[in-house]
Write a new protein. Structure first.
Lengths: 567, 265
């Protein structure tokens, strides 16, 4: 992304080298106010998006829960919306909203809308589930005393939805913050579309100017704002909403809140991939048959590596197939504007190569996250001493949006080779690692005690204990976490792979990778190259859907069949 | 299966003591106070005896069993197996868990084999043979490769028994072994389970069972230890001198049932 550094924050660069402590203090204080204003802008966007999400969730969630027709429309729609890499669609969203509402208000609306799209879907599901779970007698009672629809909404549906809504808001806030910062930074890439204030703007601008005092101050203030929001708003809300729980539901302890929400979201992600993509699957029937034949020939029906290989091959085949269709259209249907198709054909190589690089990045970071996250989460979950402190600290770290740390990483790694790759990997890691960590933490926390006692009784320790007890026990949650990890990772690419700061005097490349689909999306956005943008998004979506339908579907079916306790 | 003779001598004759529980107390540290779960519990299990521990729910029966197994350490007091103090799980004492604790990701055979895991004197082949033998002993030949999810409640229970048998322990501890089954199945299986455990081929010499079902306890036990509500202590010991198989409709049977109920309330 490019950062439009039109704001006059040049004081720092003019400052003489030997600044006294006093001067440092005064300038630090001088930055505090503009930074707080920026945080204020960002928080206003967040709160507006959260409020929108709550209203949307009540409207859509309640409608789907009480009306069969609405249910049939709402659930699949939410599923599709949840499964697309939203950030990739952001540029398209900007173009569309600007066309209707030009200028700053349009951009502001686009940013709020983007945050909304990252917060709303799981909250709507939460309301739907909560209202669905209201005991029948309650509704019958309401009807019996002649309560109006509005009355039922006020006295029944909305109160019942509070607990789940509040827990989901906790996670939605973290996810939303990531999207807020990313979108603010992305808009800065082109002066026409930039938002003027915001914590993402401030951080990117200070970093671009080399003003590290202001930059670090902005991060510290952001962190304080984050923690305060959690302590003063999100957590009290979640705890307050406990009162609306029916007796049967277990009350969660404080530190369980976050992992439960992550797991719940993961389960929704799983459900959406495996239950509601039926129609998509129908279209791919012939294709899955091919996969099965390939599987048989390779004789790798059940090995994980084989499955991964098949998933990769099939996803790439899918893309090749799509491209073949393009080319077919170019040759046989000249009425489809041949020059556009020929142009797309010429981009094909670039898009596929970028996709391959990004794929390697995402899966490489995934492998590292598994290696770190799984043992760490299991250790923390099973230790009474570690569990509380680790879950508290990780909750706070997980809510820091990764992109704000990017400039600091760039500086810290100034002299390292492959800096672009390293920075990209860390940003991907920070944005997605938590899905694995919290899912495994929750699963390991709930391993039935007798299973652990049996392992003690039979003297199963060390490696054997990990291999035969812990890893299988967290398997289903690990798959859930992995699906959300990969989805999240693709979203981070637009910020991770390309970060360019532009001002009236020129532009500075903060960090970039050689090739990558995120970088391509950025470039397409800044240059207004819609065909390239469309082709990139379509190819990326196809790859993700292809892997969901092959690898993850198999992993999910296999692990739920083999590894769940309540069989 | 009913021709099973009583191996344990339920009379006054003195035989070797396999398990001795000596003034065992167990406290749990809560946030602000200390909760007393067990208070000065003492009893013994003689060679050949089937002993049951009965008490109101929440009275710490399962905790007591875990202390005997060496999974938990008592706050004060001692547990002895023969002359040796039990401070950690030992080979001669095995335990069957309430919901059987079968690993859902392992087959019946693998679930039995895992009990033999830490036995280094056995080769993998011998372990498999032992596990197969144990499964055969509970009538599960042919189900070696079934996963727990594919087995009925009664069959799962038998896998758990096989796992306990494979270890060839002298003492078997059972935590509410019938509570995971529906009452009809449980009723039907009690004698069968007894015959799997106590027979001339079985390595098991004594059984300690935790239960909250008075009739079940009278049907199976040579001796019943009755615990009070929390903090649990022994309020009575009842020796049951009935021939096996026991007639659940007999007057004597109900005399014992009434006697235990009286101690419980």
């Amino acid at each position: 992304m490019r950062v439009h550094a039109a704001k006059d924050m040049k004081k720092s660069s003019k400052r003489p080298k030997g600044v006294s402590r006093h001067v440092l203090m005064t300038s630090a204080l001088a930055y505090a106010f503009p930074i707080l204003v920026d945080i204020g802008y960002s928080w206003w966007r967040m709160l507006a998006a959260l409020l929108l999400s709550v209203l949307f969730s009540w409207a859509v969630g309640v409608a789907a829960a009480v009306n069969k027709t609405a249910e049939k429309i709402v659930l699949p729609t939410l599923d599709v919306l949840q499964s697309v890499p939203i950030l990739g669609f952001f540029p398209v969203m900007i173009f569309a909203i600007i066309a209707i509402l030009p200028g700053k208000p349009g951009i502001e609306l686009a940013v709020i809308f983007l945050i909304f799209t990252s917060m709303a879907w799981n909250m709507a599901f939460a309301v739907y589930e909560a209202v669905k779970a209201i005991p029948k007698e309650f509704v019958e009672m309401a009807n019996d005393i002649g309560m109006s629809s509005w009355g039922k909404l006020r006295h029944l549906y909305i109160p019942a939805s509070w607990p789940k809504l509040a827990y989901n808001a906790l996670v939605s806030w973290d996810v939303g913050l990531f999207f807020l910062v990313s979108s603010e930074i992305i808009t800065l890439g082109n002066a026409t579309y930039s938002v003027s204030h915001g914590i993402g703007v401030a951080i990117a601008t200070y970093a671009a100017e080399g003003n590290y005092l202001a930059y670090s101050e902005a991060i510290v203030l952001l962190l304080i704002a984050l923690i305060l929001t959690r302590i003063l708003f999100l957590r009290p809300w979640a705890l307050w909403s406990e009162r609306f729980k029916t007796a049967e539901e277990a009350r969660v302890t404080r530190s369980d809140v976050i992992y439960r929400s992550y797991r719940w979201i993961g389960e929704k992600a799983r459900a959406k991939i495996f239950y509601n993509l039926g129609s998509v699957e129908m279209a791919f029937r012939p294709f899955t048959k091919v996969v099965r034949v390939v599987n048989k020939c390779l004789g790798t029906r059940s090995t994980l590596i084989g499955k991964v290989a098949v998933a990769v091959v099939s996803a790439l085949t899918l893309i090749a197939l799509a491209h073949a269709i393009y080319l077919g259209l170019v040759i046989f249907h000249p009425m489809y504007n041949p020059s556009l198709w020929i142009y797309l054909g010429s981009l094909e190589k670039e898009v596929i190569a970028s996709l391959a690089y990004s794929f390697a990045r995402v899966w490489g970071v995934y492998a590292v996250s598994l290696a770190i996250g799984v043992p760490l989460a299991i250790k923390a979950a099973l230790s009474e001493k570690l569990y509380e402190p680790v879950s508290t600290v990780t909750q706070i770290i997980s809510s820091i949006p990764g992109p704000v740390l990017l400039p600091a990483m760039v500086v810290a790694m100034m002299s390292l080779p492959y800096r672009g790759e390293l920075v990209a990997s860390i940003v991907i890691f920070l944005g997605s690692f938590w899905y694995i960590f919290f899912n495994v933490l929750g699963a390991a926390r709930t391993i039935p005690k007798p299973i652990l006692e049996a392992a003690d009784l039979y003297g199963i320790h060390g490696l054997k204990r990990w291999k035969d007890i812990y890893i299988p026990a967290v398997m289903p949650s690990l798959v859930t976490g992995s699906i959300t990890f990969i989805g999240g990772a693709w979203n981070t690419l637009m910020v991770a792979e390309y970060f360019v700061v532009s001002s009236s005097t020129g532009s500075v490349v903060l960090t970039q990778v050689g090739q990558g689909i995120g970088k391509l999306l950025d470039i397409a956005t800044y240059s207004g190259n819609l065909p390239l943008l469309g082709l990139s998004i379509a190819s990326m979506s196809l790859l993700i859907v292809g892997i969901n339908l092959t690898l993850w579907r198999w992993a999910y079916n296999y692990t739920t069949k083999r590894f769940s306790y309540n069989v | 299966m009913y021709e099973q003779a009583t191996q344990g001598d339920s009379g006054a004759e003195v035989s070797a003591v396999l398990i001795a529980v000596k003034s065992v107390s167990y406290n749990v540290q809560l946030e602000k106070r200390i909760l007393e779960v067990l208070k000065e519990v003492s009893f013994s299990v003689a060679d050949g005896q089937f002993v049951s521990i009965i008490g109101p729910s929440g009275s710490g029966k399962s905790t007591l069993l875990r202390i005997i197994a060496g999974l938990l350490r008592p706050t004060s007091g001692h547990v002895f197996y023969r002359d040796m103090e039990v401070t950690h799980p030992i080979k001669n004492i095995s335990m069957m868990f309430q919901n059987y604790a079968l690993l859902p990701w392992k087959t019946a055979l693998e679930n039995v084999e895992i009990a033999l895991y830490s036995n280094e004197s056995l080769s993998p082949k011998e372990k498999t043979e032992k596990a197969l033998k144990a499964l055969a002993a509970v009538g599960l030949s042919g189900f070696e490769n079934a996963y727990p999810g594919e087995l009925s409640g009664g069959m799962k229970q038998r896998v758990a028994i096989a796992r306990a048998l494979a270890l060839e322990p002298e003492v078997l501890l059972m935590d509410e072994p019938f509570s995971a089954l529906d009452p009809l199945t449980a009723d039907h299986l009690r004698n069968e389970v007894y015959s799997y455990l106590i027979n001339p081929q079985s390595p098991i010499r004594s059984v300690v069972m935790v239960s909250h079902n008075v009739e079940e306890v009278v049907e199976l036990s040579d001796k019943v230890i009755v615990l009070s509500p929390r903090p649990a202590h022994v309020v009575g010991e009842v020796n049951i001198l009935l021939n096996r198989p026991r007639d659940k409709k007999s007057f004597e049977f109900y005399t014992y049932v009434d006697q235990i109920f009286a101690l419980l309330t």
